[in-house]
Design a protein around this ligand. Structure first.
Ligand code: ATP
Ligand code: MG
Length: 340
């Protein structure tokens, strides 16, 4: 709807973890380098953590693309609620290992043999488990046992465990120390800095086919950063919402006020950039800490409320489409936006 107005070919701010849109910040680069290095050098167990919506799954999708190019066998488990036997079924199927038996001992024999064959052929195999903060202690223990599949010198299976910061908490429990000791590398995704938010938004616009004309004013980007606190998912929802709102009002580039209005609809608090770094964990925001983590289970998740508000705006947009033509545009033009 708004794509033509902003000269875009596709929607730049989808909330899917699409690796085509991956913007390599310093921390993303470091995390990706850590993951690829760990896998290449058969480090065994790698942990990837990061606040909600900071790009873990997007990064894993990028990693998967690289692994496929490198001919590395992969299994990507993204549903942490699987039972142990479902987990093994899923992993075997994703690796493409035929196995008729559902007995765990048989499954493990097959897996071990398959891993040894690959090892002898000089090939690698990687198991990636996303959303690992929700894994049961039993499932984490099963994953730990998989690290025992090894030769006398090297791990046969590389495992990447990815999850929100609660995962660190889980692994810090005394009964998890065996698993914790096996983690050889740790990677992290971090919220964006203001400079990175600028690059992030512009890069997404470029990939979405922007012709380079200004879509967001500098003030609008600053406001997005302050309200979203550098969390890419919130940045996407706010930016998308601001584009729709600005289109309804036929305003281009998106001015700061539009972002303020959208953020107000979402009941987001603006963060003073100077205090933003210091505030990291304390400032409450609809049940979300400044870093984006839910403060406790009683509050509605921020992103859910953002998406709800987005739906309302889309409805508003649909209803307004008939009346949004030049007549409306002229009414909303401010003197500074007029053609000279
Ligand atoms: N570095 C990045 N480059 C481009 N887009 C990103 C980046 N980081 C996050 N995003 C975007 O932000 C949104 C959320 O990312 P993603 O789903 O990967 O986060 P996550 O850390 O896996 O979240 P969760 O903790 O909820 O699983 C997606 O739309 C994704 O494309
Ligand atoms: Mg994710």
């Amino acid at each position: 709807m708004y794509k033509k107005f902003f000269n875009l070919k596709e929607n730049p701010f989808n909330v899917n973890p699409d690796p085509r849109y991956l913007f390599l910040t310093r921390s993303t680069q470091e995390a990706l380098a850590c993951l690829t290095y760990g896998i290449e050098t058969r480090k065994g167990f790698i942990l990837l953590t990061g606040e909600v919506g900071t790009g873990k799954t997007t990064l894993l999708n990028k990693l998967l693309g690289w692994l496929h190019q490198e001919n590395v066998a992969t299994a990507f488990v993204f549903n942490p609620r699987l039972s142990v036997s479902q987990f093994f079924d899923f992993m075997m199927a994703d690796f493409g290992i035929p196995c008729e038996s559902r007995m765990k001992s048989q499954v493990l024999i097959k897996l071990n043999q398959w891993l040894l064959d690959r090892y002898q052929a000089g090939e690698r195999a990687v198991l990636i488990v996303d959303e690992a903060q929700n894994l049961s202690p039993q499932m984490l223990e099963e994953i730990r046992l998989l690290t025992n599949l090894e030769t006398s010198t090297e791990k046969l299976l590389q495992i990447v465990l990815a999850g929100q910061p609660e995962l660190e908490g889980k692994l810090n429990q005394p009964q998890m120390r065996q698993l914790r000791q096996r983690i050889t590398l740790r990677a992290k995704t971090l919220p964006l800095t203001l400079e990175e938010t600028r690059g992030y938004i512009n890069e997404r616009l470029r990939i979405a086919g922007s012709d380079g004309s200004e879509v967001f004013s500098a003030g609008a980007i600053e406001a997005i950063h302050q309200y979203a606190r550098g969390i890419p998912r919130v940045t996407n929802v706010l930016s998308e919402h601001a584009l729709i709102s600005a289109f309804v009002d036929q305003r281009k580039p998106v001015p700061r006020e539009v972002v303020d209005e959208v953020a107000h609809d979402f009941e987001l608090l603006e963060v003073d950039p100077a205090s933003q770094a210091m505030a990291a964990a304390e400032v409450p925001l609809n049940g979300i800490s400044a870093a984006g983590a839910p403060l406790n289970g009683n509050h509605p998740p921020l992103v859910e409320s953002l998406l709800q508000a987005l739906n309302t705006l889309v409805e508003r947009l649909n209803n307004s489409e008939i009346t949004v033509e030049p007549e409306r545009a002229r009414q909303t033009e401010t003197p500074t936006e007029k053609e000279p």
